[in-house]
Ligand binder design. Structure first.
Ligand code: CA
Length: 234
């Protein structure tokens, strides 16, 4: 979802329509605090952030997002065109910057570029490699067949390898609202995923004659009690 934080309807409305035509889900908010709240609570892939917002300006919104560890790409919009704003915006943690008035086509191109940059084609950690384009997963070069939910589950965990991902975050990212999403469903898929990774590691170890393998699925994906799960990058 693209979050558009812009208080001027003359900019927000056409931009929102253009983004929807491009196939993005769009949510528009009109002030700084709402932009912060929406970024914290929704699944935001990109924030288009007006610098001059009521309540809290775009720079402060961006600083607070970065201070809280949020890595969502931020494209800053501003009516002011001097270089100082540009530098300050990047300093506050913005990824890109477009000055108003902008050409819609250029802004859309920058948005596409940021979203591409955000989605790496390959994730690799702890001997596991995910080719997202080919939807192919290998463990120590041994291919694993994963069902769709297992693949998405692994993608969420590996995209934040070494960090704990909460159960709520996993449920929100892997299961959409129309599907039943419960902790039990998550545990079931997690158990299948761990087993498949463990079997593949064992097979890879057997094939290369190396001892060990990974009979214990929790070595790669650790349960962090009361919080969530962590993919161990080793
Ligand atoms: Ca404004």
């Amino acid at each position: 979802m693209v979050l558009l934080a812009e208080d001027d309807p003359a900019i927000a409305d056409p931009l929102s329509r253009a983004l929807q035509r491009e196939g993005y889900d769009v949510r528009v908010v009109g002030d700084g605090p709402a932009a912060l709240d929406a970024t914290a609570s929704d699944r935001v892939d990109l924030l288009v952030l007006d610098l001059g917002l009521p309540g809290m300006d775009g720079l402060e919104v961006c600083r607070r997002l970065r201070a809280s560890g949020t890595e969502v790409p931020v494209l800053m919009l501003t009516a002011r065109t001097d270089e100082v704003d540009f530098v300050v915006g990047l300093d506050a943690g913005a990824d890109d910057y477009v000055a108003k008035p902008f050409r819609l086509a250029e802004l859309l191109a920058r948005i596409r570029a940021l979203l591409r940059r955000r989605a790496p084609e390959v994730l690799e950690a702890g001997g596991v490699r995910m080719d997202l384009g080919a939807r192919m997963v290998t463990v120590d070069l041994h291919e694993v067949q994963l069902a769709n939910k297992e693949f998405e589950l692994l993608r969420v965990l590996m995209s934040r390898a070494g960090q704990v991902v909460s159960r709520d975050e996993i449920l929100a990212e892997v299961w959409n609202d129309l599907e039943s999403k419960t902790s039990k469903t998550l545990d079931m898929h997690m158990s299948w995923l761990r087993r498949k990774l463990a079997i593949a590691a064992d097979e890879a170890a057997g094939r290369t004659g190396k001892p060990g393998g990974n009979g214990d699925g929790e070595r790669r994906i650790a349960t962090v009690r009361g919080v969530g799960f962590r993919f161990n990058a080793e």
